[in-house]
Design a protein around this ligand. Structure first.
Ligand code: ATP
Ligand code: LTN
Length: 335
């Protein structure tokens, strides 16, 4: 039997709770992929500090993110689930990659340009500039071939491929070539109050964001208050009915139904019934996830122990790659 292809993905611990967009767009697919792949999932805290973080909140959010991954079905005995800063090889390989990355090349990364523009060029840090080479290190340390990411991260995976190629050409074959695995547009969830923007952890107002850790009554309220569109027809039409289409996507994914069958069911019924039923589906999906996450968070010592064991497994792979890289570039080994 050939070994399963290696997969790597990560998420920043940038909020207390993940939202249903993160669940549908990432966690749900990761959960499926962990059986077909040798999957490694990383909570990228070193990426998170490329913008200012409150230290106590970052530590807490890292645990919370881990608890939500596990509660959503990432099994730390099947996949490797670990915290980036627990494996020193990540920043170590990133440094070497920095030395083969062009200044102009890094300057062309659109995420950097966007984030730097938001903060003002002087406030943007060298760390933010080097975000993509740290991400390349994440992927290349494990010779991951499959990298599930949102569309916005595609450019970073392309850079990773360029760097892998460059290193392999200059120093000899070392890294496997990763492929981005881009999520389908139907897995993109929009803000319930502002269906023109994607649901985001860093949204200015969170009234249209359904958090995984929201109490069930709050979740139901947010669904019922979602903006719908003119008319009363439950129909999938992104241009004319972005609000209703977004709710149909959520319903279809969580209830495992087709959009067409939902449209048929609600034909002639109006938005009220539709939203009431959707609220029930969303609560039924997430109440157990929330309960499990809170239970895991009740025993932080056990959670930390699981993360430490998984970090050791990750390090066993990463350290071998790093040793090869150090050797190839000519660093003197410590005897
Ligand atoms: P931030 O606002 O801090 O950028 P975010 O909520 O946009 O956070 P990310 O940390 O950028 O989330 O993304 C984590 C994962 O969740 C990625 O795989 C991304 O594609 C997915 N994701 C994020 N938002 C959505 C969404 N609205 N719909 C579907 N998938 C999403
Ligand atoms: N930049 C990604 C998170 C991330 C990642 C990775 C994803 C960091 N390292 C390696 C895939 C592979 C994001 O913001 N979603």
């Amino acid at each position: 039997m050939s070994p399963k292809p290696r997969l790597f993905s990560g998420m920043q611990p940038s909020a207390e709770s993940l939202h249903i967009g993160n669940y549908i767009g990432a966690l749900l697919q990761w959960k499926e992929l962990q059986t077909s792949h040798d999957a490694i999932f990383c909570i990228v805290d070193l990426h998170a500090i490329t913008v200012a973080q409150d230290p106590a909140a970052l530590r807490e959010n890292t645990r919370r993110t881990a608890a939500q991954y596990i509660a959503a079905g990432i099994d730390p005995q099947v996949s490797t689930l670990f915290v980036q800063s627990h494996v020193a090889a990540h920043p170590q390989l990133a440094w070497v990659l920095n030395t083969i990355t062009g200044f102009g090349e890094a300057s062309r990364m659109t995420q950097f340009k966007d984030k730097a523009a938001k903060q003002g060029a002087d406030a943007a840090s060298v760390g933010l500039f080097a975000y993509p080479t740290l991400m390349a290190a994440d992927i290349l340390l494990y010779n991951a071939v499959a990298v599930p990411v949102g569309d916005d991260q595609k450019q970073h995976v392309e850079l990773t491929r360029d760097l892998a190629n460059r290193f392999n050409t200059r120093f000899g074959p070392t890294f496997a070539m990763p492929e981005p695995m881009i999520l389908t547009e139907t897995a993109r969830i929009y803000d319930l109050q502002n269906p023109g923007s994607k649901m985001s952890k860093s949204a200015e107002s969170t009234s249209g964001v359904v958090w995984l850790l929201d109490e069930p009554s709050v979740t139901a309220k947010k669904i019922k208050a979602a903006v719908t569109d003119a008319g009363r027809e439950v129909r999938y039409d992104v241009a004319e009915k972005p609000g209703v289409s977004n709710l149909l996507t959520i319903f279809a994914v969580l209830a495992d139904r087709s959009i067409a069958s939902l449209e048929a069911d609600y034909d002639g019924k109006g938005y009220g019934d539709f939203k009431t039923d959707l609220a029930e589906v969303v609560v039924a999906t997430f109440a157990p996830v929330r309960a499990r996450a809170l239970e895991l968070l009740d025993d932080p010592a056990e959670l930390d122990r699981v993360l430490a064991g998984n970090a050791d497994r990750a390090a066993a792979i990463a350290d071998v790659t790093l040793a090869t890289v150090y050797d190839r570039v000519g660093l003197l080994p410590k005897r």
